[in-house]
Design a protein around this ligand. Structure first.
Ligand SMILES: [Zn+2]
Ligand SMILES: [Zn+2]
Length: 414
């Protein structure tokens, strides 16, 4: 009888446990399954790249995933999205993707946010992630995710696909180039196509790029590999501000160190310390939140995103309070409903608590659950508060290291 055929290199034996789901990957010398089981990853976008990334994260056994997408499944998605079926057309991508990801591996906790990355993903939720994966298809969506990750102090990995190549770049707040540092004239032009000259959102058709499932699969593989390297040791994998480009037909790849733009407007000090609250923004006004947090003398609330505060008509002299995120106000709304003149826009991030916006539920101003807002008096430094509501993370909404409940809400602020 011939000896059993071994597929292992001479001198190595397979002593892995066949009953262990993760037996083969545990054989990698740098692998730590427990680290991955404890990891939290946000997947921004549940399109072609997001689907592939979710599939890989679930197979690998990454502990917690939050997937965010505002869109519904369309027939043209079905050639590139492994998690969607024909009967899914018209249904929300994020919820379906979460459910199918759980089917791949029930040990993984997957939550869906059926909403917009900029408006519906609270900054504290984002800050609770170890790393964010960007499977996005527009400059505008990447711009907002980059801004939010800078504010939350969370690294993100950006994936991009063209007809001929795929790219992955790692962006770490405070270290190396961020996505906005890489803005070229072409990107700025595409970004501005979405906005009118008054800075309001234009209804433009989505720009579509010729792609196949192959590009999405390759780029998601590279992105998830870099995320695993980062989760094990941030010094491994791509460096901060580094971009990997793979030519699909040229069979070549390159690495670029993206230059840092010292004047990049996205660079900001991330929010590090905040006080958690249980107050759901759907039912709490800015004034109520300040009061509940023990800051009844507060005069203002600062948001981490810009609002259109009001429109004033030069013809009628009437001011209409708007109080919605700039990214949610469309250009045609600038016209006065009475005389059709173009109105003057007031925008900002600050809400006076004694004004009309201070008495509106925070959700109506665009503040999502587990977002961060700063409450203070006049121009003095404020206190950061985390809004309540349901959290997509299984355990605490934000990382214990970020939480400083011992900060007195009295004292310095008074
Ligand atoms: Zn930058
Ligand atoms: Zn008017």
């Amino acid at each position: 009888m011939p000896p059993p055929v071994s597929f292992l290199p001479p001198g190595e034996s397979d002593d892995s446990d066949p009953a262990d789901r993760y037996a083969r990957q545990r054989l990698l010398p740098w692998w730590d399954q427990d680290r991955l089981a404890a990891a939290r990853v946000v997947v921004a976008g549940a399109g072609a790249v997001g689907n592939e990334a979710l599939k890989l994260l679930a197979l690998i056994g990454v502990g917690e995933i939050v997937v965010v997408d505002f869109d519904t499944v369309s027939p043209s998605n079905l050639s590139r999205t492994v998690l969607f079926r024909t009967e899914d057309v018209g249904r929300p991508k994020a919820e379906l993707a979460a459910r199918r990801t759980r089917e791949i591996n029930p040990e993984v906790h997957v939550a869906a946010i059926d909403g917009d990355i900029g408006r519906d993903l609270g900054l504290a939720t984002l800050a609770g992630a170890d790393v964010v994966l960007g499977g996005l298809d527009s400059v505008n969506a990447r711009w907002i995710l980059n801004r939010r990750c800078q504010q939350a102090g969370v690294p993100w990995i950006n994936a991009g696909i063209t007809a001929s190549d795929v790219q992955v770049s790692r962006h770490v707040p405070g270290d190396g180039a961020c996505y906005e540092c890489t803005f070229t004239e072409g990107m700025a032009r595409r970004f501005n196509e979405r906005y009118s000259c008054t800075g309001l959102v234009r209804r433009t058709p989505d720009r579509t790029v010729p792609t196949t499932a192959i590009g999405a699969s390759v780029v998601a593989g590279l992105m998830v590999h870099d995320a695993l390297r980062f989760l094990h040791d941030p010094a491994t994998g791509l460096q901060a501000g580094q971009r990997q480009t793979l030519l699909l037909d040229g069979y070549r790849q390159f690495l670029d160190d993206l230059p840092v733009d010292p004047d990049c407007p996205a660079h900001t000090e991330p929010v590090r310390d905040w006080v958690t609250t249980d107050h759901d923004p759907a039912t709490t006004t800015a004034r109520e939140l300040a009061f509940a947090a023990g800051l009844p003398e507060a005069t203002r609330m600062d948001l981490t995103f810009e609002l259109i505060l009001s429109f004033t008509c030069p013809g009628c002299g009437v001011t209409e309070n708007i109080g919605r995120p700039t990214v949610a106000v469309y250009e045609e709304e600038i016209l006065c409903p009475t005389c059709r003149q173009e109105r003057v826009v007031a925008r900002g991030t600050r809400i006076p608590l004694d004004g009309p916006l201070g008495g509106q539920p925070l959700a109506s101003l665009g503040v999502p659950p587990h977002d961060l807002v700063a409450v203070g008096i006049g121009d003095r430094p404020g206190t950061w508060l985390e809004t309540g509501g349901s959290s997509p993370w299984r355990s605490s909404p934000s990382r214990p290291t970020h939480r400083h409940p011992e900060i007195a809400l009295t004292g310095a602020q008074r």
